[in-house]
Design a protein around this ligand. Structure first.
Ligand code: KIV
Ligand code: ZN
Length: 516
């Protein structure tokens, strides 16, 4: 059967970044974008250009770094947003402007304070303006899941006439049910006279745990683009998970008459990259990318799998990139091998000094750990990028922890705090607690610890521990991360990373659904 293409639109760096604490730096966004490009994602939404200077710069950097995927910026249906998006995208090989306006009665009345006809006029103006910058314009009806069908048909027909090539139907608040959402897509395609001139897309949130089910139901009813994020990252309960959509379509060709372009072997490495950068750990039982997704514990299952894999396995772990982490380097590897592997991973360090610093740290790691995997390199580079970022208040200079049965652990540490070496000592209920208390003697941040988690980056007891620390101060939430073969050191690094984020006053982002 000749299958139609399902366009994969990744919004990890825009909607995903809207999760509290998931903000990414420009360098991190470029790394994620390169990973998405390697995976052959069709469209990468790199941010919301007008939201902040940081977002603008990141979209520009992604547009310059990516050649094979379309790079997209979000823009409200406003002149200044669209011009800003176009400016950020001007160096992209292929660009898309994604403009949106709310169409549900509740949003139009309370948020926009606009009449339906005014919304239609503004949508038309926005799409027309966006088309003056690029041929590839997407129009979204925000809160389409709760909009009236007759009104949706009117606004979409006009948006297509004004030149929108993709029409996106978001279930902004995650309210839809699969059957109903599928029917909505089918009805829109049937009723809108010029629907054949656009690709219908869906963008589902996961508030009721149905984002993937709703997206797939839309696909069976004619949607040919799905907006999704790696690991299902996103506001509140998140967005539809890219890996689940893609693997459902691939595993059930009997149900779905579409195919995607994705190179699925990059799914697990990209999932790990995103969780390492954002500090949002993947739950072990998460489909496709969770640590247990392919683990068979019960004797009956293990016996079955040994006799015939397909008894309990519907996909192969290797298909999605599990175990693809080759041993790449060791302590005898030289600068050239190190640089080559970084290039293969799409990591480019923009100065000799940064490269030298990363190489020294690689050698230190190789002394402690014989086999260096790709994940180790990614963690090492994340750490190096954090260190080289300007404005870091705190750096760990040294840490000593005394831990003994029957005695309360004591941590003694020295921090470089705004150029000055400061030392502190504290007891704690465990070594990590003692280290955090010692840091706080110096930092005195008054931040509240909301989450502490440790994961092994690779297998084996010599693995690096990947620690996430979430802090909250005055309503602002940040996620810090740190990696080291010593988990107490990794924890201290993660705590300091979170403090540095609190003290680096990043410009406040505009909420994406702010008043127009
Ligand atoms: O959830 C939503 O409605 C959005 C749109 C801006 C596409 O993210
Ligand atoms: Zn959204």
């Amino acid at each position: 059967m000749n299958k139609e293409k399902l366009v994969i639109f990744d919004t990890t760096m825009r909607d995903g970044e809207q999760s509290p604490g998931a903000s990414m730096t420009k360098a991190e966004k470029v790394r994620i974008a390169k990973a998405l490009e390697r995976m052959q994602v069709d469209v990468i939404e790199a941010g919301f250009a007008i939201a902040s200077q940081g977002d603008f710069e990141s979209i520009k950097a992604v547009a310059e770094a990516v050649t094979n995927s379309t790079v997209c910026s979000l823009a409200r249906a406003l002149e200044k947003d669209i011009e800003c998006a176009a400016d950020a995208l001007k160096n992209a090989k292929v660009s898309r402007i994604h403009t949106f306006i709310a169409t549900s009665p509740i949003h139009m009345q309370h948020k926009l304070k606009m009449q339906p006809d005014e919304v239609i006029a503004q949508a038309k103006k926005a799409v027309t303006l966006a088309r003056s910058f690029t041929d590839d314009v997407e129009f979204s009806c925000e809160d389409a899941g709760r909009s009236e069908i007759d009104f949706l048909c009117r606004v979409i027909e006009i948006a297509i006439r004004a030149g929108a090539k993709t029409i996106n139907i978001p279930d902004t608040v995650g309210y839809a049910m699969p059957e109903q959402f599928g029917l909505l897509i089918k009805t829109l395609i049937e009723r809108i006279p010029n629907s054949d001139q656009a690709i219908f897309s869906v963008h589902c949130h996961n508030d009721l745990g149905l984002a993937v089910a709703n997206s797939l139901s839309a696909v069976t009813n004619g949607a040919r683009q799905v907006e999704c994020t790696i690991n299902g990252l996103g506001e509140r309960a998140g967005n539809a998970a890219l890996e689940e959509i893609v693997m459902a379509v691939r595993t059930r060709p009997d149900i779905f008459s579409v195919h995607t372009n994705l190179n699925c072997q990059h799914i697990v490495p990209t999932s790990r990259l995103v969780s390492g950068i954002t500090g949002f750990a993947v739950q072990p039982n998460k489909a496709i990318v969770g640590a247990n997704a392919f683990a068979h514990e019960s004797g009956i299952h293990q016996d079955g799998v040994l006799k015939c894999r397909e008894t309990y396995e519907i996909m192969r772990a290797e298909e999605v990139g599990w175990h693809a982490n080759r041993m790449v380097l060791g302590k005898h590897s030289g600068r050239n091998a190190f640089k080559t592997r970084l290039n293969e991973l799409g990591i480019v360090l923009d100065s000799d000094e940064k490269f030298h610093d990363a190489f020294v740290r690689f050698k230190e790691l190789a002394d402690k750990k014989h086999e260096i995997f790709d994940e180790d390199l990614q963690a090492l580079i994340s750490d190096a990028q954090k260190r080289s970022e300007d404005g870091s208040h705190f750096k760990l200079e040294s840490l000593e922890v005394c831990s003994k049965t029957g005695v309360r652990p004591v941590a003694s540490l020295t921090l470089l705090a705004l150029g000055e070496n400061l030392s502190a000592k504290a007891e704690g209920s465990g070594p990590v607690d003692a280290a955090f208390k010692a840091i706080e003697i110096i930092a005195n941040s008054n931040a509240t610890l909301q989450l502490y988690s440790v994961n092994a980056i690779t297998e084996g007891t010599d693995s690096q521990g990947d620690v996430t620390v979430r802090l909250e101060k005055n309503g602002r939430i940040v996620n810090g991360s740190g990696a080291d073969t010593d988990i107490v050191i990794a924890s201290a690094k993660a705590y300091l990373d979170a403090l540095n984020l609190i003290y680096t006053n990043k410009p406040k982002r505009h909420p994406h659904n702010g008043n127009i």
